[in-house]
Design a protein around this ligand. Structure first.
Ligand SMILES: [Fe+2]
Length: 211
């Protein structure tokens, strides 16, 4: 292409979209490092949501669900910690059981978080915020014996079950049946089942001698 033709082509591009070649190249690159104001603050609930529940009812349910969510995320991660760090004669059994319970808690955590969003709230999400909110005690970073692992898990389950039952009763009184159903059919049923599988490991049962 000679210089004259090139000049004509550049002019045509500039005239057609108002941008030079270098400007067009710049505009096709990924836009990174963006920050802006939050769309909705944590603790705020969207108004005028059309699901037949008042702002006040949804706000109360969101607050209670966020506490249960934070505690469930902590329990979920306790299960993975113990799945990795368990030791002893019951290693295989507990290694597999802890991972099964972890997977069930993952599903519950997702259902709780999505319920909060459905109600117009904001679900707690990242570990630093969960650590600030949870009432489940922080375990040491190192390994602990099986009975200690089981005790920690059982205490976490009990805290969640107590909160879930209270919230289920309150959400039924408020007319928030969806939250009540999730807490009763999901959180309470699952946690009770997991508690059963744990505490049976704490019964002293000799393998070769009868008592
Ligand atoms: Fe694993």
């Amino acid at each position: 292409m000679n210089d004259q033709k090139m000049h004509v082509r550049e002019n045509a591009i500039t005239e057609s979209n108002g941008k030079s070649e270098s400007e067009r190249f710049h505009h096709t690159q990924p836009k990174l490092g963006k920050r802006a104001h939050e769309l909705q603050h944590f603790g705020e609930v969207m108004t005028r949501l059309r699901i037949g529940l008042s702002d006040e009812v949804r706000s109360q349910s969101v607050t209670e669900l966020n506490q249960i969510l934070a505690d469930s995320m902590m329990l979920r991660d306790l299960y993975k910690k113990h799945h990795w760090q368990v030791s002893g004669i019951t290693f295989r059994e507990l290694h597999l059981l802890f991972d099964e319970h972890y997977e069930d808690q993952v599903k519950l955590v997702d259902a709780l978080a999505e319920r909060i969003q459905i109600l117009g709230g904001v679900a707690v999400a990242v570990p630093q915020d969960v650590a600030e909110m949870t009432r489940i005690l922080r375990p040491p970073k190192g390994r602990e014996e099986v009975p200690v692992q089981l005790s920690r898990l059982l205490e976490a389950h009990e805290a969640i079950l107590t909160a879930a039952r209270d919230s289920a009763a309150r959400s039924a009184e408020r007319g928030d049946d969806g939250t009540n159903d999730l807490l009763v059919s999901g959180v309470i049923r699952t946690n009770e089942m997991q508690v059963w599988f744990l505490f049976e490991h704490l019964i002293e049962e000799p393998l070769t001698e009868v008592k």
